[in-house]
Design a protein around this ligand. Structure first.
Ligand code: SF4
Length: 166
């Protein structure tokens, strides 16, 4: 069980976005810092959550946590709903990670652009799906780099030139 605890939250997200991206990122080919979109995401994040939050790093996960009474709430701010499933499972992974440490929490994903909020809880069905996904991520990371397949969002990806230049 502990192996899957070394998976980073963003890797769960990339599993849905692109398997090549997941592999590159997990092998420390990290071009993400250079992406304007990533910078923009950080800016949006700061703008909407200036107060009342704490950045917490526990092992491979980095989360924004707010205490709501006796419970913790993990908050994620996302630019757009286009990768909703990726966002959902990234959040479920955080909840799973914390629950394995004996810390119950709930999640809240905010999409400021569309002014939507999605509340997330980890139930039995989602837990089973997540565990399967974590096994697949582990296998992907240990295998060879999946061949890049051009998709709509490739142009916006920090790895675009790496995958398709020349
Ligand atoms: S450019 Fe496209 S194929 Fe390459 S890592 Fe990014 S999303 Fe994946």
């Amino acid at each position: 069980m502990i192996d899957e605890m070394y998976i980073r939250g963003v890797e769960v997200n990339y599993y849905f976005v692109c398997k090549t991206k997941l592999w590159l990122f997990s092998h420390n080919v990290s071009l993400e810092k250079e992406s304007d979109l990533v910078k923009l995401g950080k800016l949006v994040h700061k703008e909407f959550y200036r107060k009342d939050r704490k950045d917490v790093r526990i092992g491979p996960i980095a989360i924004d946590v707010v205490r709501k009474g006796n419970e913790l709430e993990i908050q994620e701010v996302k630019k757009a709903k286009s990768m909703e499933k990726a966002d959902l499972f990234q959040m479920l992974y955080y909840l799973f990670y914390l629950s394995n440490l004996g810390i119950p929490a709930r999640g809240r994903i905010t999409y400021p652009k569309s002014r939507e909020v999605v509340n997330v809880e980890l139930d039995e069905k989602r837990l089973r799906d997540l565990e399967e996904i974590l096994r697949e991520i582990d296998g992907l990371k240990r295998g060879k780099m999946p061949k890049p397949v051009r998709k709509k969002h490739c142009r916006k990806c920090a790895y675009f030139e790496f995958c398709f230049a020349g």
